[in-house]
Design a protein around this ligand. Structure first.
Ligand code: SAM
Length: 301
C-alpha cells in the first residue's frame, strides 16, 4: 500500500496494483538566441522523456541535434494543439513522460501550449515547469525600468486603429509595460506609442537579445522612434519594447480649473481625441496630458 494524492482532495490509500502512475508533462524553456542559455536540467529532461511535443519539429530538430539528443519529436502547434492534445494525453496517461517546447524561450508565452497544459492538468497529469530563457524577462532584467510591477501585453494588433485602441487601454497603467513586436512593424508601433503615450515617456527597445547584435536602447519614445527610423539595422531581428508606466502629473503639470472647464466643454461636443487636441491648442497644456485626463473623466462619467 502507498499514499496517493489524487489531483483533488486529501491523500488516499490504494493498493499498488490498482494504480497506473501517469507520466509527467514537462514545460521546457529553450534559448532565445544563445544556445548556451539552455539549462543542464532542460537537457537532461529532453534526453529522458519518451516524446517531445514541439511547435515546429523542423526547427527543434536542429536544437536537439546540436546537443546530441535523439528523443522523438511530434508537432504541437497552434493549429493542431486543441485536436491533437489527446494524442499526447494518451501517452501521458499511459505513464510516459512528455516534454513541451516551443521554437524559442518559454512555451505558452506568446507561444502554443496553453491547451495542452490545461488538458493535462484537467486529466490529473502532473505538469512541471523547467524554467529558462524568456525574452520579456531578459529585457526587463536589463532595461533599467521599474521591475517591481509590470504588465506583459504580448503582441499588439497589426493595424494602427486596433493598435492605438489597445495602447489607449493601458495608457494610464502605472506599471512598466512590455510588448513583443515583429521587426517589420517596429516603426509603426513606436509611432503609435509616441502618439498615445506621448513623446516624453521613457522606453527601452530590446533587440536580438542574447545574440551577436544585441541592443538595449533606452530613450524617450519620440527619440527612440527617430533613432530606429534613422538606422535600418534597428528595424531587423526580434524585438521587445518596454515602456515606463504612467505617472500622474505634479506641480507645473497639474491642470488648471480653467483648462479642465475647456476640456469638459469640448468633450460634450466632439470625440475625445479631437477635444483633447483642441483643448491643448486653447490652453497650452500638453495634448497627451489632456488626453489622459479626458480618458479618466469619461471612465468616471
Ligand atoms: N516564447 C518566447 C519567449 O519566451 O520569449 C516568445 C515567443 S514569441 C512567438 C516571439 C517574440 O518574442 C518575438 O517576436 C520577439 O518579440 C520576442 N523575442 C524572442 N526572442 C527574442 C530575442 N532574442 N530578442 C528580443 N526579442 C525576442
Amino acid at each position: 500500500m502507498r499514499a496517493f494524492r489524487c489531483h483533488r482532495g486529501p491523500p488516499v490509500s490504494v493498493s499498488a496494483a490498482s494504480v497506473t502512475a501517469t507520466g509527467t508533462l514537462y514545460v521546457v524553456a529553450t534559448p532565445i538566441g544563445n544556445l548556451d542559455d539552455i539549462s543542464a536540467r532542460a537537457l537532461r529532461i529532453l534526453r529522458e522523456v519518451a516524446l517531445i511535443a514541439a511547435e515546429d519539429t523542423r526547427h527543434s530538430i536542429r536544437l536537439l541535434q546540436h546537443f546530441g539528443i535523439a528523443t522523438p519529436l511530434a508537432a504541437c502547434h497552434e493549429h493542431n494543439e486543441r485536436d491533437e492534445g489527446g494524442r499526447f494525453l494518451t501517452r501521458l496517461l499511459a505513464g510516459e513522460d512528455v516534454a513541451l517546447i516551443s521554437d524559442a524561450g518559454t512555451p505558452l508565452i506568446s507561444d502554443p501550449g496553453f491547451h495542452l497544459v490545461r488538458q493535462a492538468r484537467a486529466a490529473g497529469v502532473r505538469v512541471v515547469p523547467v524554467p529558462g530563457a524568456c525574452a520579456l524577462i531578459a529585457a526587463l532584467s536589463a532595461a533599467g525600468l521599474p521591475s517591481d510591477r509590470f504588465s506583459f501585453e504580448g503582441f499588439l494588433p497589426a493595424k494602427t486603429v486596433g493598435r492605438q485602441a489597445r495602447l489607449q487601454q493601458v495608457a494610464e497603467d502605472s506599471r512598466t509595460l512590455i510588448f513583443y513586436e515583429a521587426p517589420h512593424r517596429i516603426l509603426e508601433c513606436l509611432a503609435d506609442m509616441r502618439e498615445v503615450f506621448g513623446a516624453d515617456r521613457p522606453a527601452v527597445l530590446g533587440r536580438e537579445l542574447t545574440k551577436t547584435f544585441e541592443t538595449l536602447k533606452g530613450l524617450p519614445l519620440g527619440e527612440l522612434h527617430d533613432w530606429v527610423a534613422a538606422d535600418s539595422n534597428q528595424q531587423r531581428g526580434e524585438c521587445v519594447v518596454l515602456v515606463a508606466g504612467w505617472q500622474a502629473p505634479e506641480g507645473d503639470e497639474a491642470i488648471s480649473g480653467e483648462a479642465l472647464r475647456v476640456l469638459d466643454l469640448l468633450l460634450g461636443e466632439m470625440p475625445l481625441k479631437r477635444a483633447a487636441a483642441l483643448a491643448a491648442e486653447i490652453t497650452g497644456v500638453r495634448k497627451n496630458l489632456l488626453y489622459q485626463v479626458a480618458l479618466e473623466r469619461q471612465k468616471d462619467a
